[in-house]
Design a protein around this ligand. Structure first.
Ligand SMILES: *Cc1c(COP(=O)(O)O)cnc(C)c1O
Length: 353
């Protein structure tokens, strides 16, 4: 049985975390003179009364609302300043710089490698197989006693496909470190989330975000779900007030409008299928990779030339043609119905030009 507390860095194991004023007194009172705040208020005025006070370090009201939509208990939930903060904290809490390593599975989200480099942690890369699935044999070979984290992005960015569930389960069952499943695009997927498996696997970390389906990329709010020991370690290492009051207020308000989010998800999935079918008809398109996300990876005859021609027409896509296993590919985010039509028409005119 894996011992999460032994997995953390020695200095983190021994760390006494910063204790905030709100940690030391949590009750109700009429006079708060403990945190050197401005007792008069904030210049925002009485309608935003609480902005002179430090926010709840553990964001319990927001976690409670998230818990009600996700079905994950509050004590298994961590909130970060974007998923990117959770990714960085996992490195800082579990990976000894210059000694430990992590396994990454390219082509995948670039932030894992950047975080590894910032933290001076070796990133061992095992390419996905054709079809962008896990190479379980090579992954097993890459792991040693110093491997602390494996990042599995599913649906994967930039390829769009979900990773075969039983393959992920194989890694979860056999790896003695943390398996981080990045589900940034899970709302668009046919594949089910892994948050229901948290009670099965003490080494499972599921990342989700408010940046994509929730339409709140500017807010910077990411979620990590895991067993209690992992969450406790992340809370110990995080900056005390990592989620500011306006983010907590706005996210609570957004959650009330979940019906709108679900409607956008439905349209996006419909548009993804439609755009995929339309693109396949174009002679310049060699392959439309199947997608479970809100974007599609498309192999075209001349990627860079097509990318530049689209830019000329004011349409910005992502050139992924220099990424491992994505040669010749552009990545198209699914836009509004009108935007997708504009993209398709532009590609058709390029075809005849
Ligand atoms: C967009 C994206 C995220 C989101 O990161 P935030 O910091 O929450 O905005 C995370 N993982 C992947 C794979 C992404 O594509």
């Amino acid at each position: 049985m894996i011992d999460i507390n032994n997995l953390q860095r020695e200095n983190i194991k021994n760390l006494r975390p910063y204790s905030t004023a709100r940690d030391e007194y949590k009750g109700q009172a009429s006079v708060f003179l403990d945190a050197n705040e401005n007792s008069f208020g904030s210049p925002l005025g009485p309608s935003d009364q609480n902005y002179n006070r430090y926010p709840d370090p553990l964001q319990l009201d927001l976690k409670d609302a998230i818990s009600r939509i996700k079905g994950v208990p509050i004590e298994n939930t961590f909130l970060g300043n974007g998923s990117d903060e959770a990714i960085d904290l996992l490195f800082r809490a579990f990976c000894e710089p210059g000694k430990d390593n992590v396994v990454l599975l390219p082509p995948t989200y670039g932030m894992y490698e950047v975080s590894a480099n910032i933290n001076n942690v070796e990133a061992r890369k095992v390419n996905l197989l054709p079809g962008f699935q896990l190479d379980l044999e090579k992954i097993a070979e890459a792991i040693d006693a110093h491997t602390k984290l494996i990042f599995i992005c599913s649906p994967n960015n930039p390829t769009g496909n979900s990773i075969i569930r039983t393959d992920i389960e194989t890694v979860l069952a056999n790896f003695n470190g943390l398996v981080v499943i990045d589900e940034a695009y899970i709302n668009y997927a046919k594949q089910h989330t892994f948050i229901k498996e948290l009670t099965e696997y003490p080494n499972l970390v599921v990342l989700q975000t408010f940046s994509k389906a929730w339409g709140l990329a500017a807010l910077r709010l990411g979620m990590a779900f895991a067993a209690r020991p992992v969450i406790d370690i992340l809370n110990k290492v995080k900056p005390p007030y990592n989620i500011n009051q306006s983010t907590q207020d706005i996210a609570l308000k957004a959650i009330e409008n979940i019906a709108q989010v679900n409607e956008w998800i439905r349209i996006t999935v419909e548009e993804r299928e439609k755009l995929s079918q339309d693109l396949v008809q174009l002679p310049m398109v060699r392959k439309v990779h199947p997608s479970d996300a809100n974007f599609i990876l498309v192999e075209v005859d001349e990627a860079l030339k097509t990318y530049n021609a689209l830019v000329e027409q004011g349409i910005i896509t992502r050139d992924r043609s220099k990424v491992t296993l994505c040669e010749g590919c552009l990545r198209f985010t699914i836009g509004t119905v009108k935007e997708n039509e504009t993209l398709l028409e532009a590609l058709k005119t390029l075809q005849t030009a």
